[in-house]
Design a protein around this ligand. Structure first.
Ligand code: SAM
Length: 231
């Protein structure tokens, strides 16, 4: 399967393994991953965030319940919500999640946004697990059409060392462990370049008990909610 589907599949496997109840996808774009995850029965709250309202609206209708969802009501409740907003901004909507995914998001962030990202996602949202994927620039020489970056909107593409340094620093600062993996194995004889997509899986070291406390200054909602469906 194409690499983007492998990335979604990778997330789905982690969901099936860890059974998170509340999952948020940051930079959810056309909501394809969210649509796949709505079939995972452990999930009770599925939230998407993207800076672009237009890209979310393209296929957002797919997130509405199907007639069958009402004809055969299931035991679990599921709420799907989409917010328009930036990962560089703190909003209490994002507190209390078990898993947060950032698939091919960070390389689209402006420097200022990237600087804010660890504090917002690791520090403020502070979910039990964070999955971040981004291109591995060392693989680029094997991609015939790539000149500078794989996509014109990419602000950077990192080598494994660059990504791992950034990830280890964020993990250490906010009390997470991180393990590195990837998708899209290099062809035989080119193993030294690593995977096409590099992935960091972060796990928060300490359990949080009770309701997430909202710091006074971030009680205000800055995201704009554009979609809500209750199954
Ligand atoms: N995650 C999706 C996937 O794997 O198919 C799509 C990722 S797409 C390459 C990057 C997305 O990040 C775009 O939809 C873009 O609008 C969004 N984005 C860029 N900057 C953002 C920001 N500061 N906050 C939230 N989303 C942002």
């Amino acid at each position: 399967p194409p690499l983007y589907k492998q990335r979604y599949q990778f997330i789905k496997q982690l969901v099936n393994k860890h059974k998170p109840k509340k999952v948020a996808d940051l930079g959810c774009a056309d909501c394809r991953l969210l649509w796949m995850l709505k079939f995972c029965n452990c999930i009770e709250m599925l939230v998407g965030l993207d800076i672009s309202e237009d890209v979310m609206k393209e296929k957002m209708h797919m997130l509405y319940p199907l007639p069958g969802d009402f004809l055969q009501p299931s035991e679990r409740s599921l709420t799907v919500i989409l917010h328009q907003g930036s990962v560089a901004q703190k909003d209490p909507h994002m507190l209390g999640f078990d898993m947060v995914t950032c698939i091919e998001l960070i390389e689209h962030l402006e420097i200022k946004e990237l600087e804010k990202f660890p504090e917002v996602v690791f520090g403020f949202m502070s979910p039990a697990m964070i999955i971040i994927s981004t291109p591995n620039s060392e693989f680029n020489p094997l991609l015939p059409t790539v000149t500078l970056f794989r996509h014109p909107d990419h602000k950077f593409e990192w080598s494994r060392a660059q990504f791992q340094n950034w990830a280890l620093d964020a993990a250490a600062r906010y009390d997470y462990t991180v393990e590195f993996t990837g998708l899209g194995a290099p062809p035989p004889g080119k193993d030294d370049v690593g995977f096409c997509t590099q992935i960091g899986v972060f796990v928060r070291k300490y359990l949080k008990n009770g309701e997430p406390e909202t710091v006074e200054e971030y009680k205000e909602h800055v995201y704009k909610t554009i979609f809500k469906a209750v199954y």
